[in-house]
Design a protein around this ligand. Structure first.
Ligand SMILES: NC(=O)c1ccc[n+]([C@@H]2O[C@H](COP(=O)([O-])OP(=O)(O)OC[C@H]3O[C@@H](n4cnc5c(N)ncnc54)[C@H](OP(=O)(O)O)[C@@H]3O)[C@@H](O)[C@H]2O)c1
Length: 286
């Protein structure tokens, strides 16, 4: 049934130009939310915003360029969002990558930099705008893959990185997403802002692009659609019954237990402090 229950609410979604993020902004615009599309690709973003405006003329949508692998780009994007008129009601840290090794322009391991360090800085910078909301929410799209991590190797935050890249770095970055949401919940306990981390399901998106084609083809047959994959993000971003619940982890629109490491409060604090310090070490005067 069509509904406009999100009219007047502003939601910033990163990585909105493909996969789960794209399905998420469609669903939000269908409910008349004001959607801000965070995208690294200008062409894809422009095409998406035209599509949204055509399909949901009552939902205002706009684009903010952001490359989460670059702290300078994250700062520029945050400045633009901070300068917008209305409060920010929801930030969905959805953008993510998997599979390839390398380093970011700031010297972080590529997957850790893109999936954790960039979103961490973005979230910090947008807090003032989220505080303006009657009930701000921060939603980290993590993954069940975090459960495979046996220990948090702090070499992951070193520059140059002192861990292996690829899929093990991916699992670690997703553990960081869950811990980040947990620690933020603690830090923001005396505000109206709530936080969530989630597993979207195993989704036939573009995230598998680094795998061999045949493997992709076989796997896709067992995966859920991007629309189904967006459901838990939408639940965390909008469910009225979650407005006073914070710092928890969700799968299939239900709260579930994350791994023992992800439940470790002191690890969550340490991750926050170390990530903050790592970012400061790149740009100590900002
Ligand atoms: N698919 C799954 O089964 C699954 C399972 C668990 C968790 N997740 C999580 O779900 C989230 C969304 O992934 P997806 O499955 O929808 O994959 P996807 O189709 O590959 O989408 C990822 C999005 O992130 C964007 N992105 C990648 N690197 C970026 C960067 N440096 N700066 C800005 N944006 C960047 C991509 O931009 P482009 O459009 O320009 O490529 C794309 O829009 C990720 O956080 C992923 O870890 C996915």
């Amino acid at each position: 049934m069509p509904t406009n229950d999100l009219a007047g609410r502003t939601v910033f979604v990163t990585g909105a130009t493909s996969g789960i993020g794209r399905a998420t902004v469609h669903a939000l615009a269908a409910r008349e939310a004001t959607v801000i599309i965070g995208a690294r690709s200008d062409d894809k973003a422009r095409a998406l915003v035209e599509e949204l405006r055509r399909q949901y003329p009552r939902a205002p949508s706009s684009v903010v360029a952001i490359d989460l692998a670059s702290l300078a780009s994250v700062r520029r994007a945050a400045d633009i969002v901070l300068a917008l008129g209305p409060p920010l009601d929801v930030l969905i840290n959805n953008a993510g990558r998997a599979g390839r090794s390398g380093t970011t322009p700031d010297g972080f391991e590529l997957t850790i930099g893109t999936n954790h360090v960039g979103p961490f800085l973005l979230t910090e910078l947008l807090l003032p705008k989220l505080r303006e909301s009657a009930q701000g929410r921060i939603v980290n799209v993590a993954s069940r893959a975090h459960m495979g991590v046996k220990r948090l190797d702090w070499g992951a935050l070193a520059r140059p990185p002192a861990i292996k890249g690829g899929y093990s770095a991916y699992a670690l970055s997703k553990l960081m997403n869950v811990l980040h949401a947990k620690e933020l919940a603690r830090r923001l306990a005396d505000t109206r802002i709530t936080t969530y981390a989630l597993h979207p399901g195993v989704v036939a998106s573009d995230i598998w692009r680094e795998l061999p084609r045949l493997v992709q083809w076989v796997m896709m047959r067992f995966m859920i659609t991007n629309e189904e994959g967006a459901r838990t993000s939408l639940y965390c971003a909008t469910a009225p019954e979650l407005s006073t619940t914070s710092g928890r982890y969700y799968d299939t629109c239900r709260e579930v237990q994350p791994s023992a490491l992800a439940r470790d409060e002191s690890l969550a604090r340490e991750l926050y402090t170390r990530t903050d310090a790592a970012i400061q070490s790149v740009t100590p005067h900002h």
